[in-house]
Design a protein. Structure first.
Length: 241
């Protein structure tokens, strides 16, 4: 088990046993890190997963709004989301890609162009444009961008599923880096494709947005030399007229 998954398991247990309730804040990062003997980076990673699932909201700085607030109903849906997160970490990359194409194609097709999640997606696009960005950080932002897009559709289940897949997306895309002939060229291409998808969603063009996101996911696999059995998922994800 990776360190941040240990933190997620601890949070789930704290909620299940009633020590943390909705509307309360999680202990400080340092407190959790010291208690579990993990790094603060691992704690932050776990909190990012919880945010992507819509379970917590993080405040910055100091004062009453600082800290990580539990905002979701800490009952069965939370447990189901956590179980899904842990389960997806062991799925084959091809299965994850097929699931992504189905979920994301639907999500961008039904996205609300006025959703605040699109503002988050725009900020993530800007962050990916930072010069000298490390590959691993780029792919973290990439995964978070796709989660933000899915959240703009307003479907809680799809948002939860994409949040649960976020870690797996990040790790399999990183694992495939070695198969790419030129990462710099690929990063430029991904940035351009992200902008095109975002612009189509913002313009209220669901058919174009859906086609672009399916081609974007499939294209990365093809460039990385992944077997092309994802064709069936691309066919399923294609918008129907």
């Amino acid at each position: 088990m990776r360190a941040h998954e240990m933190v997620l398991g601890w949070v789930e247990q704290e909620i299940a046993e009633g020590r943390i309730r909705i509307g309360q804040r999680l202990p400080a990062e340092r407190t959790i890190a010291d208690q579990l003997k993990v790094s603060r980076t691992s704690v932050r990673e776990a909190i990012r997963v919880l945010e992507a699932m819509g379970m917590v909201r993080s405040g910055v700085g100091s004062g009453p709004e600082a800290g990580t607030l539990l905002i979701a109903d800490p009952s069965a849906p939370f447990t189901a989301a956590m179980r899904l997160h842990f389960a997806t970490s062991h799925l084959p990359a091809g299965d994850i890609a097929q699931t992504r194409m189905l979920l994301e194609s639907w999500a961008v097709e039904h996205a609300d162009s006025s959703s605040p999640f699109l503002r988050s997606a725009a900020l993530l696009l800007d962050a990916m444009d930072e010069p000298g960005l490390e590959t691993e950080r780029f792919l973290q932002l990439d995964a978070e961008f796709h989660v933000a897009l899915s959240q703009a559709a307003g479907n809680v289940l799809i948002s939860t599923m994409m949040g649960a897949l976020r870690d797996s997306i990040e790790h399999y895309t990183l694992d495939m880096i070695g198969n790419l002939p030129d990462w710099s060229a690929m990063a430029m291409r991904l940035r351009a494709e992200h902008r095109q998808i975002y612009d189509a969603v913002l313009a209220g063009d669901p058919v174009q947005a859906s086609a672009l996101v399916a081609a974007h996911i499939e294209g990365y696999y093809r460039e990385a030399g992944f077997p092309s059995h994802e064709k069936n998922a691309a066919e399923l994800a294609r918008p129907r007229s």
